[in-house]
Design a protein around this ligand. Structure first.
Ligand SMILES: [Zn+2]
Length: 404
């Protein structure tokens, strides 16, 4: 048994002072530091110094590892030119994103206190590293394809990847299902993939309304996607109706990614079905898209995520937190800071059905210890000081094992 004695601990969305957390692979007890029960007299004690804060391990709910080699290859600034640059460079980038590159990406996340990732896998190139990493992985096999004539072929090849990943299922790895997007997945393929997620009760995720172009295409068969689809596939009309797409997820909680172009009626559908939104502010900014209006989400919970290096310069969660803090500049600074901490802990844990993300009895002992520049004067300021002053975690634990 181990005991971390911390001057500040993040519990139930607030910071508490002088707390002892007793754990092995799971958390057994949480008590005031001066009241550690005698039964734990032979436990190993880890005393944190006065500037340290104990958080649950952070969760990055949406990341693509297979393009981790990108730095300056892809075109930023507007969605369709970016997508075209992905199409023309994907083989080169995927080849360069070898195990070493992907391991470094995982390490970068771990060092910033990310103990769980939602990894979107386009073709299974990241399966080996994700199965071997010390982090908890929700492994999202992504399905894509809008050609009705080959729906069964597309599903079979997706299912093959899903089955290959299922072999690695464990306490730390879960084979799961992701839908590429409403504009790229035929309704019949969508239904088959959702049915698979339901059959195995896996987490489910889907890109949604990431760009203005997507909105124009789905609403009016116009805009940048009209040219894109006509040129590449000879398609002039969207295969999906947006409302039908959303309703296909009916009551199966799903993590919808981006949603920068979401409107009121669609938000209501998400709310009624208890869905979640993943918010990737740096990715949206770099692809020239609007800010997700987090103040207008009608109570739908969101998780902050880095997305992949195909649309970001780092996978460090503190970089993402700072960007979000600056981007939503009209929101109250302290309330936003608190909401952002929830968006990398309890919110994604619920969205992905994980037994972590909060410090509570019976949860996995996944922790991130951060060291502030000074001892905080007020408990209410700790979220803000963490976002402003931390670049990497001081210590990281996953299921009770120290990894950093
Ligand atoms: Zn994505």
């Amino acid at each position: 048994m181990n005991i971390i004695i911390a001057p500040f601990v993040y519990i139930d969305g607030v910071f508490k002072k002088d707390v002892a957390v007793i754990f092995d692979d799971i958390i057994h007890d949480i008590v005031p530091a001066e009241e550690i029960p005698n039964i734990y007299h032979d436990a190993e004690i880890i005393s944190l110094d006065s500037h340290c804060v104990l958080y649950p391990g952070f969760i990055n709910s949406h990341v693509h590892l297979e393009f981790s080699s990108n730095t300056m290859t892809l075109d930023y600034g507007a969605f369709i030119p970016w997508l075209e640059s992905v199409m023309s460079n994907r083989d080169v980038l995927a080849k360069k994103s070898d195990e070493k590159v992907m391991k470094n990406a995982l390490k970068e996340m771990l060092q910033s206190g990310i103990t769980t990732i939602g990894a979107i896998s386009s073709f299974g190139g990241d399966l080996n590293v994700c199965a071997k990493t010390s982090q908890r992985v929700v492994y999202f096999n992504e399905v894509v394809g809008s050609n009705e004539a080959i729906v069964d072929v597309l599903f079979d090849s997706f299912n093959e990847r899903f089955e290959a990943s299922r072999k690695y299922n464990s306490e730390r790895f879960q084979a799961s299902v992701a839908i590429h997007s409403p504009y790229s997945v035929h309704p019949k393929l969508l239904k088959k993939a959702i049915d698979l997620a339901k059959k195995y009760k896996t987490p489910l995720s889907a890109h949604l309304l990431e760009s203005r172009s997507e909105r124009e295409w789905l609403d009016e068969n116009s805009g940048g996607f009209r040219v894109f689809f006509e040129k590449l596939f000879g398609i002039k009309e969207s295969v999906s109706d947006l409302k039908d797409f959303l309703e296909a997820f009916n009551q199966y909680p799903t993590l919808f990614v981006h949603a920068t172009q979401i409107e009121k009626g669609e938000l209501q559908i998400l709310k009624d079905s208890h869905h979640f939104i993943a918010h990737c502010p740096r990715s949206n900014r770099l692809l020239g898209e609007e800010r997700l209006k987090i103040e207008a989400l009608e109570g739908i919970r969101y998780s902050l995520a880095t997305d992949g290096k195909s649309s970001n310069w780092s996978l460090n969660i503190f970089d993402e937190l700072r960007a979000a803090l600056m981007l939503h500049s009209h929101l109250d600074l302290h309330q936003l800071s608190s909401a952002l901490i929830r968006s990398i802990t309890s919110n994604p844990a619920e969205a992905l059905g994980l037994n972590c993300g909060i410090i509570a009895k019976e949860k996995f002992a996944d922790f991130c210890v951060v060291e502030l520049k000074d001892t905080p004067q007020k408990l209410e300021d700790i979220a803000l000081w963490t976002i402003l002053h931390v670049q990497n975690a001081k210590k990281v634990y996953i299921q009770g094992e120290q990894c950093v």
